[in-house]
Structures are given as C-alpha cells and as structure tokens.
Design a protein around this ligand. Structure first.
Ligand code: 1CP
Length: 366
C-alpha cells in the first residue's frame, strides 16, 4: 500500500530500553529476553493469520508483518520484538525466484549451478524499490508497538544466503554450495561480495525505517570448518558491521548489532572482535566458558537449547537459573540457542521469559 510510504517517523517514545542497554553492556534492572522465531507457528493466532496465505505474500504485506510481529508481545513480556520477514527476501531482491513449498520449506526453482549463473543476478539492487515493503513494515510496526520495546531488524549473512541460492533450499550437507568454495573460490568471493553490498544497503534502509537494533543471521556457519569460516564468512560479517556503522556514525546514529553464527563456537574469539556489540550463541557452548573466552569485550545473547522448552516449567526455571549464573547478568541478553519450534507450548515460552526476569532480578539485587 502506497500510503505507508509516507508514514511519519515521529515514533512513540521507547518505554523499555533494557535490551538496548544490555547490548551496550550498561546497567540493567533485569536481564532482557526475547526468542528467535517468537513470531511463529507455535502460536495459534499466528497459524490463524497465516492460514491459506502465501508465505512471501505475507512478507510483502506491511500490515500482516506488523500484526505477526506484535502477536507474541501481547502474550509475553518480551524485552524486544523482531520484525516478521525472512532472510530469503534478499536473494529475491537480487532477481531469484523463491517459493515456500508446503512440507518442504523455501525452494528456489532455479538455483545457481555454475559461476556463469551469477550473471542472472541483479548487482545494483535498489533496496528502496525491491525491499521497500520490509521498510514499510518496520515503520508501521514502530508506530503500532507504541514504544513498548525496541524493534530488531535483520538480514541473513552472505554465506548463509549463498548456500540457499546454490542448494535451492534447505540441505543437510550443503555440498553443492561447499563445492563452489573448493572449485570456484573466486566466483564464491564474487557472490559473497555482491550479497554483502546488498545487505549493507538493506540494513541501513531498515534503520532509516525505524529498526533500533540489527541481527545478522549466519545460520549455516556450522557447516564450515574454522579455515573456511575465516575465509568465506568472517570477512563479510566484519565488512557488513563496519560499513553499516560507518554510515550510521555519519548520521549521528548508534544502533547495536548482533551477529548470530550458529555452531561457530570455534570462532568465538574472532566473532567477539568483528565490530558487533553482541555475539549470539547456540546451545552447544557452555555459558561460563563462552564468557571466559571473550572477557568483557562484547555482550552475549542466547543460548538455551530450544528443546528445553519441552521440559516441565519448574525444570525450565532451573535451567534458566544455571544459564544466568554462567553468563552473569551484565552484558547479557537471554534467548534460545535457535528458534522456537512449531510444536512448542506457548505456556512454556511464557515460563522461560518469566524465569529470566525473576531470577535475574534476584541476582542483581544481591
Ligand atoms: O509459514 C511459516 O510460518 C513458515 C515458517 C517461517 C517463519 C515463521 C519461515 C520459513 N520464516 C519465518 C520467519 C522468520 N525467518 C523470521 C521472523 C521473525 C521471528 O524470528 O520471530 C526470521 C528472523 C527468519 C530468519 C530465517 N529464515 C533464518 C535465520 C534464522 C534461523 O532459523 O537460522 C533462516 C535460515 C530462514 C530460512 C527459512 N525460512 C523459513 C524456513 C522454514 C526456513 C529454514 C529452511 C531450511 O533451511 O530448511
């Protein structure tokens, strides 16, 4: 809808900035908490809103994205919201067809096969034109959220997007995409660079639209070994944060950035020196050892095993307490180590949020 284009940016005042303070390592009264995929199929109201509608058409509707983003906040006292969208809107903006196939997940009917296929991609992407619907969703949501909590924008990281563009969808081995790294390293770097350029513009557009923090998802980091990660992921993650920050600084803006490189615990030290304020962790790393390895350099986010949400509520509370004791309450944002699954009990997500708030308040008081 065109009228959203001109929504004013005089947003309601932020009432709960705990998440932003924790991202910067500042003092807080309780540990902030949100959940990856907090807007998702585990909520009956989400299933109802999404029923019978095409996934990417939903992503293209600012009103639908706004509603789905707000749904979890009506149930639980989360300290942040993440805009409803998907990482695969970036390959779409570069000219690739992506469809959501029921029972299979996102699918590219014509994935990249050989380096020549890079010619099919749009190099100079006008993000305002191709991804303006995401920006409008963010602006609308910033108004409708009424300053309750900060709104997080996000993007997939270059390697994760590259792997989808070559695999054509989800994969266990990612061997088609990894083949490129070993057979076509130059073309791989070319593609990663193209993606980086679009992602930088995309993230800046999200901030201009009203995003108050940014998360970069390198969900497929774990399929790379340390050497490949250092060559094909880390430099681009660093470049994204540096370029976004340089541009924001020029405008006098300061927006915390989170990097979530799933299963990349082998690169924790490097990630903590990659220009991001916050490093997100999956559940395969022990909180205390993560804290010891990075010192006080960055804030940490994570990392309860999402499957712990299948446990009874009292057990969830115990697990949360241990997690808080490991990370400490300063420079820490509680989250899961990955997204909520569709078969999880909404009540248990509520128990998780409450346990974080309750235990951390007590720990801070002592
Ligand atoms: O119809 C549906 O509801 C389908 C499920 C779904 C949802 C809820 C998909 C398909 N995407 C989303 C939304 C989404 N995706 C969000 C929004 C908000 C929130 O977190 O509350 C975000 C941040 C993403 C990001 C995303 N999409 C990632 C990175 C995070 C992660 O999970 O590692 C990835 C890898 C995707 C791709 C994707 N989109 C959807 C699916 C099922 C997948 C995974 C496909 C696969 O690899 O098998």
């Amino acid at each position: 809808k065109q009228e959203n284009l001109i929504l004013p940016k005089d947003f309601p005042q932020l009432k709960n900035d705990t998440f932003l303070r924790a991202a910067r390592g500042e003092e807080i009264e309780h540990v902030p908490v949100w959940c990856m995929r907090q807007a998702g199929r585990y909520l009956p109201e989400f299933r109802e809103s999404r029923a019978g509608k095409d996934f990417f058409e939903t992503c293209q509707s600012p009103e639908a994205c706004c509603e789905l983003t707000l749904q979890p906040l009506r149930r639980f006292p989360f300290d942040a919201a993440i805009i409803f969208s998907d990482i695969l809107v970036v390959p779409q903006a570069m000219g690739m067809d992506v469809q959501m196939v029921a029972g299979k997940g996102p699918t590219f009917p014509e994935p990249l096969k050989e380096p020549e296929d890079l010619q099919r991609l749009q190099v100079k992407v006008d993000t305002a034109k191709e991804l303006g619907y995401v920006f409008r969703a963010i602006t609308l949501t910033r108004h409708k959220i009424e300053g309750k909590v900060p709104l997080i924008g996000f993007s997939g990281a270059p390697w994760t997007l590259m792997s989808y563009m070559i695999e054509g969808g989800g994969s266990n081995t990612h061997s088609k995409a990894k083949r490129w790294l070993y057979q076509h390293p130059e073309a791989s770097h070319m593609l990663l660079k193209m993606l980086t350029d679009v992602i930088v513009e995309y993230l800046l557009g999200q901030v201009a639209a009203g995003a108050q923090a940014l998360q970069v998802f390198e969900s497929h980091a774990g399929i790379l070994g340390p050497a490949e990660f250092k060559e094909f992921s880390l430099p681009y993650l660093r470049d994204i944060a540096r370029r976004v920050k340089d541009k924001l600084k020029e405008a006098g803006q300061d927006v915390p950035m989170i990097v979530f490189a799933k299963d990349a615990h082998y690169a924790l030290e490097e990630l903590s020196q990659s220009n991001y304020e916050v490093v997100g962790l999956d559940w395969t790393i022990d909180p205390l050892s993560a804290r010891e390895r990075i010192g006080g350099k960055v804030s940490l986010q994570g990392n309860m095993d999402p499957c712990a949400l299948y446990a009874p509520k009292e057990r969830i509370s115990d697990i949360v307490k241990k997690m808080l004791e490991g990370f400490g309450t300063r420079g820490y944002i509680a989250n899961l180590g990955h997204g909520v699954y569709p078969d999880m009990e909404p009540e248990n997500i509520g128990a998780f949020v409450e346990a974080v708030h309750q235990h951390s308040k007590q720990m801070i008081k002592q």
